[in-house]
Every structure is written in structure tokens, then in C-alpha cells.
Design a protein around this ligand. Structure first.
Ligand SMILES: [Zn+2]
Length: 74
């Protein structure tokens, strides 16, 4: 691979760990999750609910995404 190829690859808009989880959800679950955030539900509660439902995500991944420090935000 050339350096040019590597830069092109590094520049691709990729979802972070949290968004990969969200993207894998059913539309109903995505809606429920968005509503929970809109209601101002705490991150701790949301994480607990997501885990109870079998979604694998972490506090760190959610926090980075919410703060705009994850790789899916440019
Ligand atoms: Zn993200």
C-alpha cells in the first residue's frame, strides 16, 4: 500500500464503537434510544438499559461520542 492509499483510508468517515452499536440496532431501538437522550436520561441509566438488552457498548465510547471526541465526528 502506498502512503497516498493510507492517507485516503485514514480519511474515510468511520463510525466509532458507539455508533457501530447504534447502527446495528433495529429502527425501533434507535428511536427509543434517541428519545431517552432527548428526555435527558443519564448516560449511566442508558448504558445499563443498553446492556440489559444485550447491546455491547461502554461508558467511554458513549462519552467520547457525546463530547464529539470520537472518530465519527470530524
Ligand atoms: Zn461517535
Amino acid at each position: 500500500m502506498t502512503l497516498k492509499d493510507r492517507f485516503a483510508q485514514a480519511d474515510v468517515h468511520q463510525p466509532c464503537a458507539y455508533m457501530i452499536t447504534v447502527n446495528a440496532m433495529t429502527p425501533e431501538d434507535q428511536k427509543a434510544l434517541a428519545e431517552a437522550w432527548d428526555k435527558g436520561m443519564s448516560q449511566r441509566t442508558i448504558l445499563r438499559v443498553l446492556r440489559a438488552e444485550g447491546y455491547k457498548t461502554s461508558n467511554e465510547a458513549i462519552m467520547a461520542h457525546r463530547k464529539g471526541e470520537c472518530k465519527c465526528v470530524k
